[in-house]
Design a protein around this ligand. Structure first.
Ligand SMILES: Nc1ncnc2c1ncn2[C@@H]1O[C@H](COP(=O)(O)OP(=O)(O)OP(=O)(O)O)[C@@H](O)[C@H]1O
Length: 253
């Protein structure tokens, strides 16, 4: 398997606080990788480092074979809050993501076609002309997923994208993101603080310690999807994750 993201002995400190002290791990091309760890250990910061929104003090970050600074076009983000412009409908929000990325290099009709096909993909084929205020929380987050995919990244970085949604919607979104991942073949790096979310989604789960943060363990989950969260394989992985997170001072909500 080829790595598409590699962190090699990365150190980051804010003022005098060390967040990572020689953190290393890699993400395989096309895999669904979840990152879990205690609050404040630097999960969001890790996505910023991968996307070159934050430089590192030491070590190397390689994305698709280049230093992270040269690879931003390979990456798109989905945040916890969808960050849509309220005065633009769903389609226009997805177009805006492309305008910001491609400028005039892509024609309006091309961007519109792309927006429409991706809004179909995320199940919003009938809601393309609704404004954010007319959409549910889950629908808004689907728009932000379509917007991320529209810039044709190889990698989608997702920072607790479903944690603000109600339980039922969150469950549905988990099933859907697996379908979208299968259909698009993207590499997904997904930050979550919920063990069951990681168990349902991930090929591998990277468990981080408290600061100064290091990788406590990487757990592979081979169970076929859709997954039976009550099955023996996932029960074993759940027990291991709970143990590791307990060690790191993590508390489930
Ligand atoms: N710009 C900044 N300046 C100073 N400290 C920062 C800055 N950004 C993050 N930090 C600190 O770095 C640490 C990691 O923050 P980060 O948001 O990445 O954690 P997290 O694991 O995503 O937390 P949570 O699970 O609570 O969302 C925290 O202690 C935070 O206070």
């Amino acid at each position: 398997m080829t790595a598409i993201i590699e962190l090699d002995n990365v150190s980051v400190a804010f003022q005098r606080e060390v967040v990572y002290d020689r953190l290393s791990f890699s993400v395989n091309d096309g895999e669904f990788l979840c990152i879990v760890g205690p609050s404040g250990c630097g999960k969001s910061t890790l996505l910023r480092v991968i996307g070159d929104l934050l430089g590192v003090d030491m070590g190397g970050v390689t994305v698709a074979g280049s230093p992270a600074a040269k690879a931003w076009q390979e990456i798109a983000y989905v945040f916890q809050s969808p960050r849509l412009l309220p005065w633009r409908d769903a389609e226009a929000n997805v177009i805006l993501g492309q305008q910001l990325r491609f400028g005039r290099a892509r024609s309006m009709s091309e961007m519109r076609d792309k927006a429409r096909s991706l809004l179909e993909l995320v199940g919003l084929g009938r809601d393309m002309h609704k404004y954010p205020a007319m959409l549910s929380g889950g629908e808004r987050q689907r728009v932000s997923i379509a917007r991320a995919l529209a810039v044709e990244p190889r990698i989608v970085l997702m920072d607790e994208p479903f944690s603000a949604l109600d339980v039922t919607t969150r469950r549905r979104m988990r099933t859907e993101i697996v379908e979208i991942w299968k259909k698009t073949g993207k590499t997904i790096v997904f930050v979550t603080h919920e063990i069951d979310e990681a168990l349902e989604l991930a090929d591998r789960v990277v468990v981080l310690s408290a600061k100064p943060t290091r990788v406590l363990e990487t757990i592979s989950i081979a169970a076929a999807r859709p997954r039976n969260l009550a099955g023996p394989e996932l029960n074993a992985a759940r027990a291991r994750l709970s143990h590791l997170l307990g060690l790191s001072g993590h508390h489930q909500e």
